[in-house]
Design a protein. Structure first.
Length: 32
């Protein structure tokens, strides 16, 4: 198991959340 930097993990989680909320916002705007 490779060592992951805490900062890298934080950036990865932030990116995933950003993409998820981005899709959710677009779907809500489209009325789906």
């Amino acid at each position: 198991m490779p060592h992951l930097n805490m900062y890298s993990v934080f950036i990865l989680l932030f990116s995933l959340c950003l993409v998820f909320f981005s899709f959710f916002f677009f779907w809500d705007a489209e009325g789906l």
